[in-house]
Design a protein around this ligand. Structure first.
Ligand code: NAG
Ligand code: NAG
Ligand code: NAG
Ligand code: NAG
Ligand code: NAG
Length: 450
């Protein structure tokens, strides 16, 4: 009886060892080390002809939704008379997003060039309302004109024309428009005027979503061929190796990847760099916590709370003389002089004064944080929520009737939540890779122990 059990456990052991050998043969190697894992993973992640990684980059197996939350202005007349703005959040208005890449070309073994194309489609079933919903929204072209007049950038005859149009055309600082018009474009008298004045190619329309389905940028990125740890890193954007929006070289750096693809082997002290043309800058995500998404173990990285802190911005060269405060980034140099600012939604992590200056804001980490869940071995983002808010600086102008009594305020106009989820199949594959790496480690330690 005793003997039987022991011989059975022997058999199990032997089967187990055969199993291990088969696994090892499948792995294609008989030695076990970190180098092996490194090779296995990096070989898979190189961007080369017919590689899975290239497939992943060109057709990210992901479901992407961009949800817009608009701030509907409740007291437009009051604001003109110096009242505190009262906002009511409307949304989500959800758009399905398709990422496409055109003109894909290897420049050499280490460099890949492509033009990303983003196309969005309204998804009524995932929205709180439909595209014909009307809201009261800031007249952004008019705000821009007032900003530029205050900065002395519109002079002489142009200033007279602009003032006349603000005073006499049907121009108001707050306008009623449908969600569809704001997103896809509406005719605006000031945009038409700008087109006349400096031949701007704007077709007289203003829209929040200018580049739907168009090719307006190109990237050259590293394929990881010579150094796999550089895979996905941007070599140039629109032909530029650095930006020219900011005052320092550091701020003007284009670093990291375009956000679809990241280098492998993350650890909890990694800083994950990306460049965002919409944010007009590069930024780093930092570790938040360990997590698990649909069976895939992840490291969650997020936008550090001091990303837009005034001292950080000043230190890095993102604001010249004075910053408006902590938690807001002036991006006017990259948006044609209009005083646009980005921040986290509802001024999360910003100075309390910005929240207090508005009625209707309530920052909340759970729903407003900018967060990406990475599978740490491969560096693949399994899911994420890119969340940012767009704001404009409203200021009085003595010479323009409609702007005489306004109190200076940073007015949020909308925030968005771009939600990316990898589809289930690729997640299964990822958990296989992760499982396989853990298995190799386990076998490695078994071997050490015997
Ligand atoms: C990829 O394949 C294309 C066409 O088959 C070829 O022209 C190109 O040189 C290849 N690129 C690399 C990096 O192997
Ligand atoms: C974006 O362009 C596509 C294709 O031209 C179109 O079907 C879609 O409705 C557009 N989306 C928006 C939000 O206008
Ligand atoms: C949008 O909603 C309104 C009221 O709920 C309705 O009257 C209208 O027909 C809807 N429009 C579309 C395009 O679905
Ligand atoms: C963590 O990863 C970074 C690169 O992302 C690397 O520079 C650093 O040495 C790593 N730290 C540890 C403790 O492995
Ligand atoms: C935003 O930056 C621009 C350009 O650097 C500057 O002229 C403007 O005064 C800034 N706006 C505010 C409100 O600080």
């Amino acid at each position: 009886m005793q003997k039987n059990i022991s011989s059975q456990s022997h058999r199990i052991k032997i089967i187990f060892i055969i199993g291990l050998l088969l696994t090892l043969t499948a792995i294609g190697s008989y030695f076990l080390s970190d180098d092996l894992i490194y090779l296995q993973v990096t070989e898979k992640l190189k961007l080369q002809n017919n590689s899975k990684a290239l497939d992943f980059l060109l057709n990210p197996p992901a479901i992407i939704y961009r949800k817009y939350y608009f701030f509907d202005v409740q007291n437009p007349v009051g604001i003109l008379n110096g009242e505190k703005p009262r906002l009511s959040e409307r949304g989500p208005y959800t758009f399905r997003v398709e990422w496409d890449k055109k003109n894909v070309k290897f420049l050499n073994k280490d460099r890949l060039k492509y033009s990303p194309i983003t196309t969005t489609y309204f998804e009524p079933s995932l929205s709180a309302g439909n595209e014909s919903d009307i809201i009261t929204f800031l007249n952004i072209p008019a705000t821009g004109v007032i900003n530029q007049m205050n900065q002395g950038k519109i002079l002489g005859f142009n200033a007279i024309m602009v003032k006349a149009s603000l005073d006499h055309l049907d121009t108001k600082l707050f306008i009623k428009r449908s969600i569809g018009q704001l997103i896809s474009g509406y005719n605006d008298p000031l945009m038409e005027l700008a087109e006349l004045m400096d031949n701007a190619q704007n077709d007289g329309k203003f829209s929040l979503l200018k580049n739907n389905g168009t090719e307006w940028q190109s990237y050259v990125i590293n394929t990881g061929y010579s150094d796999p740890m550089n895979v996905g890193k941007i070599a140039s954007w629109n032909g530029l190796k650095k930006l020219n929006y900011w005052k320092s070289d550091k701020a003007n750096q284009i670093s990291g990847t375009d956000g679809t693809f990241y280098p492998p082997f993350l650890n909890r002290s990694s800083v994950i760099e990306s460049f965002s043309p919409e944010m007009c800058r590069s930024f780093g995500l930092v570790y938040l916590k360990d997590n698990e998404i649909d069976g895939v173990k992840t490291f969650d990285f997020h936008l550090p709370s001091d990303i837009f802190s005034a001292s950080e911005l000043e230190h890095a060269g993102f604001c010249e003389d004075k910053c408006l405060g902590n938690g807001v980034l002036n991006i006017s140099s990259c948006y044609g002089g209009v005083s646009g600012f980005i921040s986290q939604p509802h001024f999360l992590n910003a100075d309390e004064k910005f929240v207090q200056a508005i009625n209707g804001l309530k920052p909340n980490k759970q729903i407003h944080d900018f967060l990406i869940h990475f599978e740490p071995t491969t560096g693949v983002p399994v899911a994420g929520n890119v969340r940012l808010q767009i704001n404009f600086f409203l200021e009085p102008n003595e010479e323009i009737d409609l702007a005489k009594k306004i109190q200076p305020v940073l007015l949020p106009v909308l925030w968005f939540d771009e939600e990316v989820r990898l589809n289930l199949e690729i997640k299964k594959e990822l958990s296989k890779i992760a499982f396989y790496v853990r298995l190799v480690f386990r076998i490695f330690f078994l071997k050490l122990n015997t």
